[in-house]
Design a protein around this ligand. Sequence first.
Ligand code: NAD
Ligand code: WQD
Length: 336
Amino acid sequence: MNILVTGGVGFIGSHTVVELHNSGYTPIIVDNLSNSNEGVLKGLKKITGKDFRLYKADCNDRQALEEVFRENKIEGVIHFAASKAVGESVEKPLFYYQNNVGSLMVLLELMKKYDCGSLIFSSSCTVYGQPDQLPVTEATPKKPAESPYGNTKQICEEIIEDITKTQKSVRAVALRYFNPIGAHPTGYIGELPLGTPSNLVPFMIQSAAGVRGPLTVFGDDYDTQDGTCIRDYIHVVDLAKAHVASMEYLAKNPEQTFDIFNLGTGRGNSVLEIVETFKKVSGAPLEYIIGPRRAGDVEKIFANVAKSKDLLGWQTELSLEESLTDAWNWQLRLGS
Ligand code: NAD
Ligand code: WQD
């Protein structure tokens, strides 16, 4: 079964390519390499022994994307391709709406034309903002987006839901990721942030490796056990496996037109817990300073994952220690 994986050279996409392959699917990758590089394909080959076909194309380029549908019988789509830097989206909102919302529209049009019925969409826990109750379930009300990036995820979810109501031939699942971290346990693929990372774990491992200065912990005066923010950090391999489970869910439930799932561990960890766990598993020296709060940060959020467990038959298997060990090994390989 051919699965189109847009953004398949990226962090989550590349790990999903491995899991699709392991489960007998044939991933067809489309990526414009705007936030990744072709070297990832070598890592994929080392892990799977397989040369994956990459179409270097922009998902907004209708002609180029149509060629992929013409050349391959695409039976399902996993749509990762998007720009994801929250700060950049505030500076370039139109680019974000074009890249993230525009590409989805092109894709949906081609899925209709080529009779491709299953879509898995990368959404985000950012749609919940600062929730009133924790843990968040899929029924927790969405909050107005804090950034154009966050808004693109809300708009895309709404477009997909609308389309699945009226155009019955397309069925879809939106997956709301919490905080994906880690790397493949082989160390052959991982996260490759361009420039200075804004996310915690990439910055922390680069800091510990001496690539960056000390980590700044953004605020220790929140209403949490140690004053630092709480998130639900999920190993990227667990996350990748949920995409395979979602494809199988759509296949087994033909009456299901649209559904949403939280993908997290169900556990919240503070920034200082991440720092301490990382120091323990890596043995690396890590300096940090406490800085002011970062504008727009949510104080605490973590997932209720009961629905994913019940309906997808999926739950996380890997621990925070394993996530941080794998992230560190990836950094060591990159640095060597
Ligand atoms: P990533 O940047 O590593 O991967 C995205 C890939 O898409 C990159 O390889 C990039 O080159 C490609 N791409 C971007 N725009 C494209 C376009 N128009 N056409 C073709 N390719 C394009 O990001 P990721 O962390 O793997 O995220 C994947 C998806 O998951 C994104 O939709 C992101 O918004 C979503 N998400 C990520 C996180 C996270 O923390 N990493 C959390 C929630 C949701
Ligand atoms: C985690 C915690 C920071 C860096 C972002 C996006 C969200 C989603 C995931 C895509 C927070 C603290 C961080 C640092 C720190 N992406 N921190 N020092 O903010 O949960 O979410 O990525 O959808 O949309 O907003 O992730 O990794 O940036 O931060 O203290 O140098 O680490 O304050 O508490 P976040 P993050």
